[in-house]
Every structure is written in structure tokens, then in C-alpha cells.
Write a protein that binds this ligand. Structure first.
Ligand SMILES: [Ca+2]
Ligand SMILES: [Ca+2]
Length: 401
């Protein structure tokens, strides 16, 4: 299959180099004849492509965050097809590019600083292929300003080498909707690719469509600002399937949560590291466990006893009901402990700053909780496990509730 494609390119090139007008004749040659022609021309391994004239690196790395758009500034080809974004997400940008007028623009989306954008050209018919902007055989990328790239595509190779079959400018465009999330904020959009009706929401719990600010089952994309996580749920009241997101998503179609499904969500503050807590302390351990489980550090600070209120203020669910893989928070007080499920009970009162740990098990009745921690009895950075009786001074911070 691969060699047939190579043969097709080789064949077409041979005709094309004879003169541009001959290219259009290909359109009326029956497919069967084309195949015969290919097999006759094809005679062994394809020669290495002619070296393309490049302007250096074909890499497109964004120096700052912002919205990117792509605009057609030229095309000169007898082939058409699609041009799109290959990564960090896959999306079609220009369909049937040959028929689109010069000046046609398409929003690519918003990306963080340092993101590498990789585009593809997928010509159809005789030019058929899947070509990447990183490959100098197919694309010539220049960088006239720090926020602007020009991609000249060659849809045949070896081709005319002028890289003008499709020319697009990729640049920082204006936000199309006016919804720009700041630090700790999320913008949610009714349409894919950050389009249509939108709202910006800060840390908090939005339990119904009315609270979210968009019609029920309408959200198709969301954009995360810095230091934030979005917990999106299919049903109101944070019920049904919920999913935590730590990166923007330009098109929810085909994702786990799905397009036009979200009915409630939490906007949850995060921190970039665990450096807000004393090394070796129980708070740092709980923060690290949260990071292992969700990919983010909890977006609050303070002593263990402050975690209950601080977590709720940062948009995270806090409940008195125990569950595995939650943070347990003990307010100053007296609690009944045991060291293992079968060992004897004893009371502990020594929690002047409160205490936090990570829940590993819950007894069938919900009466006892097993958790791990650091800094038990001044053992900084040492993991211990305990069983404790759930009582009024104990609460739980849920990563996914
Ligand atoms: Ca929608
Ligand atoms: Ca729903």
C-alpha cells in the first residue's frame, strides 16, 4: 500500500514537471488507466526527495499563551484536501482548501506558552498523503515575527519545490468570544473550539445548569486558566459521570464526558507544587497523595485544621462521609485510634494544628477509616498508617466528587 502511494506521487510528478497544464489532464484519466500508468512508471525504490529550500527549523513553539488562528494567504495547486492541527490536539482547520478564498481564517484554539503546534496537510486524489509541517520535504516554515509563522506547503514530492500549493499564516489572534480565564478561572463555551455563548467562572461549585450560566447539556469546549482544575459532571448536583480536567479541551465530542452533556461542574484551584507546606509534615504528604491521584496539587495552604474550610473555598468537595482516595482532615480534638484492624483501641488528643492524611480503606459500616500520613509522633517524612473512628471533628476532601 505504501509503495503504491509512492508510485502515485512519482507518476504524477513526472507528468507535472513537464508543464503545469498537463496536470489538469489527470483529472479525466480513468482510474484503471491511472493504475496501469503507475505500474509502468514504478521501477523500484523511490529516489530520495529533492532537498527542499528551508528557512531553518520547521518547529512552531509558542513563546506566550494566547489564541492562535490560521489564515490562507495563497494556494496554487490542482489538488485539494484538508489542512489541520496534528498536535497537541487533532482537528480539521481548512476543508477543501483549494476552493477557499484567500483570507479565509480559522481559529485554532488557545494554547499555553511553550506549546509546540504541529500541522498536517492531507491532499486528496493523486496528491494523496498525510504531510506534517515539521517535515521540510513537505513544508517550509518561516517565522517573520515572534508570534507569526508562515507555512508553505508542497502537496507533491518531489514537486515544484516552490512550497506554494497552500500558504497559511499562523498567528496570535484576538479572543473570538471575550471569555478569557484568569488565574484560577475556567471559561466554558457552548460551541467547540471556544466558540459561541460563554462564561468565565472562578473557584467554586456550580451544581446546576442555572449556576453554570450556560444552557443544560450545551458545553462543547472549555479553556483552563493557570492553577485550576475542572471537575465536570454529566448530571446536576455533581452526579452521574464526573471527570477531572487539568488541561483545556477544544472539542468534547468523542471524549469520556462527551459533547453537550455537562450539567454541573466545580472550578478547583490548584498549586504548581507542594512547596506551600512544611517539608515532611502531614500537609505535604496529603498534598503529594492528591497530586499522585489527580495530577494537581491542592490549591490552598494553611495548617491541617484549616484544610476543611480552605478546600471548600477553593472549589473542592468536603464531606463528613468517608471514602477511599480522599484527604482526611482531623480538627483539634480527641479521637479513638488503633494501629491495625485487629489491634487494641486508644485515644489520642495531641492535634493542636489538626492533622491530615490519605484514606486507604473504610470499614463496611463506615465507622472506621484507615489512613496513611507523615509526621505522626514527630516522625517527619515517615509514613505511618492508622485506623480512626469517624466522628464530628473529621471531614473528607474529595478529588472527584
Ligand atoms: Ca454545544
Ligand atoms: Ca447532563
Amino acid at each position: 500500500m505504501k509503495s503504491l502511494t509512492a508510485a502515485a506521487v512519482h507518476t504524477h510528478t513526472a507528468i507535472r514537471t513537464a508543464g503545469r497544464s498537463s496536470v489538469s489532464l489527470l483529472g479525466v484519466i480513468p482510474t484503471a488507466l491511472m493504475l496501469v500508468g503507475m505500474s509502468m512508471v514504478w521501477a523500484g525504490p523511490l529516489a530520495a526527495p529533492a532537498a527542499a529550500a528551508t528557512t531553518g527549523s520547521n518547529t512552531i513553539v509558542l513563546p506566550s499563551s494566547g489564541w492562535e488562528k490560521v489564515t490562507i494567504t495563497g494556494h496554487d495547486s490542482d489538488c485539494s484536501g484538508t489542512m489541520g492541527l496534528e498536535s497537541p490536539t487533532s482537528q480539521v482547520l481548512l476543508s477543501d482548501y483549494h476552493s477557499l478564498p484567500i483570507g479565509t481564517s480559522k481559529t485554532v484554539g488557545s494554547f499555553g506558552a511553550g506549546t509546540e503546534l504541529l500541522f498536517y496537510l492531507e491532499p486528496t486524489g493523486i496528491c494523496g498523503g498525510h504531510e506534517l509541517s515539521s517535515d521540510p520535504s513537505w513544508a517550509q516554515v518561516s517565522n517573520p515575527s515572534s508570534t507569526e509563522w508562515v507555512i508553505g506547503w508542497e502537496d507533491l514530492n518531489p514537486g515544484t519545490g516552490d512550497f506554494n500549493d497552500l500558504v497559511v499564516v499562523v498567528d496570535l489572534g484576538a479572543l473570538p468570544t471575550g471569555c478569557t480565564p484568569g488565574d484560577g478561572q475556567v471559561a466554558v463555551f457552548k460551541n467547540a473550539h471556544y466558540g459561541g455563548m460563554c462564561v468565565v467562572r472562578g473557584a467554586g461549585s456550580y451544581s446546576s445548569p442555572t449556576a453554570t450560566g450556560l444552557p443544560d447539556n450545551s458545553i462543547s469546549s472549555f479553556w483552563l486558566g493557570a492553577n485550576v482544575r475542572l471537575l465536570a459532571c454529566q448530571d446536576s448536583g455533581f452526579r452521574g459521570l464526573c471527570r477531572g480536567y487539568v488541561a483545556s479541551n477544544s472539542n468534547l465530542a468523542g471524549t469520556v464526558i462527551g459533547n453537550d452533556q455537562i450539567s454541573s461542574f466545580r472550578v478547583q484551584k490548584t498549586l504548581p507544587s507542594d512547596s506551600s507546606w512544611e517539608p515532611g509534615n502531614c500537609t505535604q504528604y496529603a498534598a503529594d497523595q492528591m497530586h499522585k491521584y489527580t495530577g494537581v496539587y491542592p490549591g490552598w495552604s494553611g495548617d491541617a485544621k484549616q484544610w476543611k474550610s480552605n478546600a471548600a473555598a477553593a472549589g473542592w468537595k468536603v464531606s463528613g462521609t468517608p471514602a477511599v482516595n480522599t484527604i482526611i482532615v482531623l480538627q483539634p480534638g480527641t479521637y479513638t485510634f488503633k494501629d491495625s484492624w485487629s489491634s487494641g483501641q486508644y485515644n489520642v488528643t495531641d492535634f493542636p494544628s489538626g492533622h491530615v492524611g490519605w484514606v486507604q480503606a473504610v470499614s463496611g459500616s463506615g465507622t472506621w477509616v484507615k489512613f496513611s500520613d507523615w509526621n505522626w509522633a514527630d516522625q517527619l517524612g515517615v509514613v505511618n498508617t492508622h485506623w480512626v473512628v469517624v466522628s464530628g471533628g473529621i471531614s473528607f476532601i474529595y478529588p472527584n466528587g
